[in-house]
Design a protein around this ligand. Structure first.
Ligand code: F6P
Length: 320
């Protein structure tokens, strides 16, 4: 393989730049040219590609966001759109494509492989950590630490004022950020989309806390678990405690990537290039038990996202 392309797609995640850098430099090491595609599949369809050198990715490993920009393409969801994207690659003599993104982006990579034989390799990049085939996705560790740092700050002020805060973290379909930030932040309650929310139960936990002398508390709410307003008003009514709320939002998507995310992104980027160098396509890379793995995209995406029940129960056990 002589020439490949790389793109980032879907929601950005800290560490995407470290992955792009790894792809460019590993490819360069193996004498393969790399083109960077702007704005994900949108830019691919429009032919918005530029050659990347080792120097183009200098000074990027520590930066959040993605230097290639990212987007969600409606046109790419159609067969015609994907055909255009495949044609752009073949016109430019590009034999392989690295796609860095979440579930939807990796599905797109699989479609290009299945429908047009484009040699694609998916790299998991999303703060949600919601891909079942890999223990970690790039960006998750940084996002959790951002949420955790906010929870620490909230703990100070809630304890000074004897209040309970409901802190909403990202995760429309995934409780991973809520679970890990909640456990690490010593939250009294963690609410996630994977578990049905029983507000009577939550109220009784907070009331039990009050009875044993707790004067403040933290409720971590994943955005997909239940609407914040509802949780707030119901808990106020059932406990008589003083509540405040904070929505962390997009703060969790930005910021300088953690060491974990930079190292993970670098390892996965290198493996992605090695697969393409060996003429393999239609695969994803990930990490299991500390080891870098790769497997067919369709097989990987058929694995349901994990939810760590044991960790969830342990968080409950340790909360009061
Ligand atoms: O990146 C994943 C995620 O943060 C989800 O948790 C969230 O629901 C979604 O992105 C929101 O992103 P956007 O507003 O860009 O669609």
């Amino acid at each position: 393989m002589k020439r490949i392309a790389v793109l980032t797609s879907g929601g950005d995640a800290p560490g995407m730049n470290a992955a792009i850098r790894a792809v460019v430099r590993a490819a360069n090491f193996h004498h393969i040219e790399v083109y960077g595609v702007s704005r994900g599949y949108c830019g691919l369809i429009e032919g918005d590609l530029q050659m990347l050198s080792r120097r183009s990715v200098s000074d990027t490993i520590q930066r959040g966001g993605t230097i290639l920009k990212t987007a969600r393409s409606v046109e790419f969801t159609t067969y015609e759109g994907r055909k255009k994207a495949a044609e752009v690659l073949s016109e430019r003599g590009i034999d392989g494509l690295v796609v860095i993104g979440g579930d939807g982006s990796l599905r797109g990579a699989n479609d290009l492989w299945k429908e047009f034989g484009v040699k694609t390799v998916g790299v998991p990049g999303t703060i949600d950590n919601d891909l079942g085939y890999t223990d970690r996705t790039i960006g998750f560790d940084t996002a959790v630490n951002t949420a955790l740092s906010a929870i620490n700050n909230l703990r100070d002020t809630m304890s000074s004022h004897d209040r309970v805060v409901i802190v909403q973290v990202m995760g429309r379909h995934s409780g991973e950020i809520a679970l890990h930030a909640g456990l690490a932040g010593g939250a009294e309650v963690i609410l996630v989309p994977e578990k049905s929310v029983d507000l009577d139960d939550v109220a009784s936990i907070l009331n039990r806390g009050k009875a044993v002398g707790k004067t403040s508390g933290i409720v971590v709410l994943a955005e997909g678990a239940m609407p914040l307003d509802e949780v707030m008003s119901e808990l106020k009514e059932r406990t008589g405690l003083s509540f405040r709320s904070t929505v962390l939002g997009y703060i969790q998507r930005g910021g300088s990537p953690s060491m974990e995310d930079r190292v993970l992104a670098s390892r996965l980027g290198v493996r992605a290039v090695e697969l393409l160098k060996d003429n393999k396509g239609g695969r994803v890379v990930g990490v299991k038990g500390g080891e870098v793995i790769d497997l067919p995209i369709s097989e990987a995406l058929a694995i349901a996202p994990r939810f760590d029940e044991v960790l969830y129960e342990q968080a409950k056990m340790l909360s009061l």
